[in-house]
Design a protein around this ligand. Structure first.
Ligand code: AMP
Ligand code: MG
Length: 496
């Protein structure tokens, strides 16, 4: 099932020379960024390579095997046509205006033409920039592996996200709580523009630049807004809707982002900046995955409201262009309907209900309540539920619950509802919406431990599994099993 590493020879023509660079972001002009080159990374080596994404991007088959790619994607060699830059943005962090931030350790290499459409390529961890503040501009191996695998896991789950092409590592030391080693992740997305880019130009009264940015985003990514009576209000509404759909997908799959600051919110509604994220093990609605988040601002069950709070920040930032406050407020209204609708649809599919009914809300609420009171493993519950039919026994599901009576009452309600659904249709829907594999913290830890000893095979295996998480992948049961007891003591903070 898992293809072996392909050690094919490097292509005779360096693929770097055939990339078609378009560099759209640079057209915004120098107020938006500083051009600079990456700081070299000492003696880099491959940690993880995403050959599937390389193919989707139309890169030459063996480019990711080449010395040119290793050097270019570690920041040691400039690809011809690339114009690297660090962009400036600001943002609200943990509810407080943080002022100017910016790409403190990321570098946009530029934008290339691909079969997926234009894609920006960004290095993360490639050295300090004018926006690094007190930081060293580096990323450590641990957090780079986490970002690499989780962004591909999210993509495999059908959740909008930035993607990751590869991770390169180095033995160069990096100081965090302890000494770790450096790594660089290569990320791709149609755009890395964040809410914080808009806040930056709005709060600093650079309204000409604010308008240029909004026009760029509309023209490139939201062209339908151009025809609206108020294009900037339409943009706000469209962004709200995409964000609502993204967060509904997070909630349905049990994903906690951990740091939903406005500088970590993509204008395209993509999951971005993977830090102290976590997929829920036992279902706990108030779960806080980020050990630096002492107030629980970004707890699992707060994410929908926090995303909405962030919408108000970008609404505020766009006000100089919208002029009428009422129009901005009206544009923000749609979040309140789009989010619950999107979550309802996702949960209905997880329950195997192809025909959405408003009455199903009660069943959905009851399911969440039951999972919380029994602290049931979220992913395993849903996957086992795929073989629950109105006729079959429910032993595999029932044994997950210590409170058998509550389970029986719920199972009765569920059986009655699914009795109206064709079994084949139900099973098919459920198997496509309840993953067998999610990127649990302990799986990350195991792959990181091995990678620190230069064994990257676990990173590769996880990548393959997480890219097709709804498939069975026989022989890989341990990756779909309950977390070990030590998983509960893993602490992930903002330090990365
Ligand atoms: P994050 O919490 O990772 O999204 O980062 C928030 C801000 O801090 C962004 O402007 C980052 O570029 C910056 N930052 C985080 N870590 C570093 C680092 N090691 N060096 C420089 N800047 C950093
Ligand atoms: Mg960030």
């Amino acid at each position: 099932m898992i293809p072996a590493l392909d050690n094919a020879p490097a292509s005779p023509i360096p693929a770097g020379h055939s990339l078609k660079w378009t560099n759209g972001f640079t057209r915004l002009g120098p107020d938006f960024y500083t051009e600079l080159e990456a700081r070299p990374l000492a003696s880099p080596y491959w940690v993880g390579r995403n050959r599937a994404l390389a193919r989707e991007l139309g890169l030459q088959e063996h480019w990711l095997e080449s010395a040119e790619a290793l050097a270019a994607l570690s920041g040691n060699q400039l690809l011809p046509g690339s114009k690297p830059l660090a962009s400036v943005y600001s943002g609200h962090q943990f509810g407080v205006w943080a002022g100017q931030l910016g790409d403190g350790r990321a570098l946009l290499l530029g934008e290339i033409e691909t079969p997926l459409g234009p894609q920006e390529i960004q290095l993360k961890g490639s050295g300090s920039t004018p926006y690094s503040r007190m930081g060293d501009g580096r990323a450590v191996l641990r957090s780079s592996i986490r970002e690499f695998l989780c962004s591909e896991a999210m993509h495999g789950l059908g959740i909008p996200t930035t993607r990751a092409l590869c991770v390169t590592g180095s033995d160069a030391p990096v100081r965090r709580e302890e000494i770790e080693t450096a790594a660089v992740v290569t990320r791709t997305a149609p755009s890395f523009i964040r809410f914080g880019h808009f806040e930056h130009f709005s709060y600093s009264n650079q309204h000409v630049q604010l308008k240029a940015l909004a026009d760029y985003v509309i023209d490139r990514f939201y062209p339908a807004c151009r025809d609206a009576r108020q294009p900037y209000a339409a943009l706000l509404e469209a962004v709200s809707e995409r964000t609502a759909r993204m967060v509904a997908a997070w909630q349905a799959v049990g994903f906690c982002h951990g740091v939903m600051n406005t500088d970590n919110m993509s204008i395209l509604g993509l999951t971005i900046d993977y830090g102290p994220f976590q997929f829920l093990d036992a279902f706990d609605p108030g779960h806080i995955c980020n050990h630096s988040d002492h107030q629980g601002r970004y707890a699992y069950n707060k994410q929908p409201n926090m995303a909405n709070w962030n919408q108000f920040c970008i609404g505020q930032a766009l006000l100089p262009l919208i002029e009428e406050q009422d129009q901005a407020l009206a544009a923000l209204e749609s979040y309140k309907t789009v989010f619950p609708k999107a979550l309802h649809a996702r949960m209905g599919s997880k329950l195997g209900l192809p025909d959405e009914q408003p009455e199903d809300q009660e069943l959905i609420d009851n399911t969440f309540r039951l999972l919380a009171s029994n602290k049931v493993d979220y992913t395993i519950f849903w996957r086992r539920l795929c073989s629950f039919t109105a006729q079959s026994g429910h032993e595999a599901v029932r044994e997950l619950f210590f409170d058998g009576e509550s389970f029986n009452a719920w199972a009765l309600q569920y059986s009655e509802r699914i009795a109206t659904v064709d079994i084949g249709l139900q099973a098919n829907l459920m198997l496509k919406n309840n993953p067998r594999f999610v990127f649990r913290n302990h799986l990350g830890e195991e792959s990181i431990r091995a990678a620190k000893l230069k064994d990257f095979s676990k990173v590769d295996t996880l990548l393959q599994l997480l890219q097709s998480p709804f498939e069975e992948h026989p022989g890989h049961d341990s990756f779909a099993a309950f977390p070990p007891a030590w998983a509960a003591s893993i602490e992930i903070s903002c330090s990365s």
